[in-house]
Design a binder for this molecule. Structure first.
Ligand SMILES: [Mn+2]
Length: 313
């Protein structure tokens, strides 16, 4: 990847010390089963980002001015476990520098590493997964770090909400919490799912977006497109409400599988990422004093012990 800064922003907005946001590219595609190519996702996303307007009309902001540091891509691919470990370490390193940490995959197994880091650093973590697939297998093709297992660990040790699900193996029904699952076929006929899902979230929320959650009509460039997915504005409405009502601590976007002749998917991913940053920082002025120091009190914004009995969700 030869992108020097995220979205081609000026150097002054891209330095680690002064940036509030860190973007970690993870061009990993080691375990995908059908169409290969998610390893090309970060580069296509970064190229599309360079061709995007940086003023967000809806929030009236230019969020890049908060600073976006483009971290070195994680290229460890000797094994799925080693990749997950590298993502985990890098994510944790930047959380501890008080950054708003984001990652762009790569296949969904990269999220095992990001979620593990956020779950260690934030109490009572809710993980909101937008995805066509449940990804709840404990092990697949001999690895617990296969993309088909991406959310198994989160299902065991976080408050996991699954949104847009429309494909799974019968074995996964034994792991899935259907109270916290919003199936695409139900969402299509009942728009109360947004409020219902928000009600089930704790304060600290990590969002993981598998781009195949979107309908293939607007997001064809993904490894396993499934009909009947989310559309653009309902997704933004949902995300906006989460960012408004909860403390979103970070997010990742995965499974862009770029196609030379179809660029709108790359652009959707670029706009989605920028929208999420715009929602996160819309009420924060760029002049705010920014504490860049290592300080654990900045990390645990809600100092509840993990999974208090009386926690409301
Ligand atoms: Mn997935």
């Amino acid at each position: 990847m030869d992108n020097k800064t995220y979205a081609g922003i000026a150097e002054e907005y891209s330095k680690l010390d002064s940036s509030k946001i860190v973007l970690i590219p993870v061009p990993y595609d080691g375990t995908s089963t059908w169409q290969k190519g998610a390893d090309k996702g970060p580069e296509a996303f970064l190229n599309a980002s360079e061709n995007m307007e940086l003023y967000d009309i809806e929030t009236g902001t230019e969020v890049y001015q908060q600073g976006v540091y483009l971290a070195d891509a994680i290229t460890e691919n000797s094994s799925p476990e080693a990749m997950v470990d590298a993502v985990h370490q890098a994510t944790k390193k930047y959380i501890k520098r008080n950054k708003f940490v984001t990652a762009f995959g790569g296949e969904h197994s990269v999220s095992i590493g990001t979620i593990r880091a956020f779950n260690e650093c934030f109490d009572n973590l809710t993980v909101v997964q937008l995805d066509a697939h449940a990804d709840l297998r404990e092990e697949y093709h001999g690895s617990k770090c296969n993309h088909a297992c991406a959310l198994y660990e989160a299902s065991q040790n976080t408050n996991l909400l699954q949104i847009g699900i429309r494909s799974m193996d019968v074995m996964e029904t034994t792991v899935m919490d259907t109270e916290k699952t919003y199936f695409a076929h139900d969402m299509a006929v009942d728009d109360t799912w947004i409020d219902s899902a928000i009600d089930q979230m704790t304060e600290n929320v990590f969002i993981t977006i598998d781009l195949d959650a979107f309908d293939p009509s607007i997001m064809p460039s993904t490894g396993t497109p499934e009909p009947g997915g989310l559309l653009w504005y309902e997704t933004l409405e949902f995300l906006k409400q989460i960012f408004t009502e909860k403390n979103v601590v970070g997010f990742d976007i995965v499974e862009l599988c770029p196609n030379e002749t179809e660029k709108s998917s790359d652009f959707l991913a670029a706009k989605l990422y920028y929208k999420m940053l715009s929602y996160k920082f819309q009420n924060e002025s760029v002049e705010d004093d920014y504490d860049n120091s290592f300080d654990n009190t900045n990390i645990n914004k809600n100092n509840n012990s993990k999974f208090n009995e009386d926690d409301e969700y």
